[in-house]
Design a protein around this ligand. Sequence first.
Ligand SMILES: [Zn+2]
Ligand SMILES: [Zn+2]
Length: 172
Amino acid sequence: MLDWPLVAQTTNDDPLQTVTDFFGSATWDFIVLLFYFLVIVVWLACAYWVFKDARRRIDDKIVLAVAALTGLVFGPLGALVYTIVRPPEYLDDVRERELEMRMMEQRLASEERCPFCRTPTREDYLVCPTCGRRLRTVCPSCRRPVDPQWRVCPYCEAEVHSGAGEFENAYR
Ligand SMILES: [Zn+2]
Ligand SMILES: [Zn+2]
């Protein structure tokens, strides 16, 4: 009988007291502080990640600033939104692809073919190596290959008489 209130006290009050003590303790303060600290770290990490990623994907300065601000103001949520709306490609990849396409275009444009048999030729070929037809004439002055359409040799400024320059020169 004597023990009864004591038991009641230990079962009812003590755990509560412990919890209250715990929330009032310096340990709890420290945990709260640590939590805030972690939130700030995660927040700043999100903002930094958004800025770093946006810099690699966005060329426009204003859009880049908006993206960085979104990351800074909205933290993880801003990072999520940014991930959804960001440009799908890195600027480096876009530039590389453009360069590759330009180079391919150039290669296609510079690739010469014999107009008669479509054999790939080079711009200094005088005749087609496959069908033997004349592709170019020779400049009478500097002996370089010139296009039959040209009126003046681009190398030495000598006049080229289309088609027969080489022969005329030989008979002169
Ligand atoms: Zn040919
Ligand atoms: Zn010439």
